[in-house]
Design a protein. Sequence first.
Length: 325
Amino acid sequence: MTETMTMAKALNEGLRAAMGANDRVLLMGEDIGPLGGVFRVTEGLQSEFGDKRVLDTPLAESGIVGTAIGLAMGGFRPVCEIQFDGFIFPGFDQITSQLAKLTARHEGTLQMPVVIRVPYGGHIGAVEHHQESPEAYFAHTPGLRLLSPATPHDAYWLIQEAIASNDPVMFFEPKSRYWQKGEVDRESSGIATHASRVVREGTEVTLVGHGAIVSTLLQAAELAAEEGTSVEVVDLRSLSPIDYDPIVASAQKTGRVVVVQEAPGNVSVGSEVAATVTERAFYSLEAPVLRVSGYDLPFPPAKLESVYLPSVDRILDAVDRALAY
């Protein structure tokens, strides 16, 4: 059964399905109960499942994650919401020092089925700490899985698959796409959890990205097509582990690759993708793997976000530079 819904609604439905299927799943976070969260992703879930399974927490991210770790040890599957990306750092120590390492510390005998939902990225006109892209910190941390949906369909399925995982999952939700509508097939995800996906076929240049930037890549590809350039678009979907096979296959086909992300470029997910594609597809490349990213600066005031974040024009400029080699 296919339905049209926003990404926020798809996440809401995915959480509802996971909670209905397993009474050990519970949600916790700031203002997620009667309010339904800042972005209304948990709207209606407390009234349906009760305040023992949808918990409003104090404003204390370290406490939220630490409590989730204890709940996981007790057999629960907690899903934490970090209200905004830049608020995650008070919980950073719990995530990287404890959550990511406990299974290895116990030689695999202790599972940590914790999901941490992180609304991230720009394009909402907000202030500092509300529009950051901190995914590289966590992708760099062994023991964590990272997922980031770009469509409502993936949001619906990936959140359920994250909750079903026995490993801790950082679930990065592109907040600027919460209101973007798309088709959701409730019968099948159609793809493995950590698989990359080619979302537009092309022959001359490959664009690679994740989360909110995928929509921008598709816009750039459409404009490039009007100018006679065939562009392929690959959605990473998973940031740890990364499924490189579709990316490398695309690079071997087109010979030119541009990696795009909202996050700063230095020591980033995009850097890793660029390096790996260069290693695995070197003899197929007709140009260096290029990167388009946010600048290596703190996120600027809202009026400057359009300058800071990768735009269609910046992406097409990189496509032209790749073709010029």
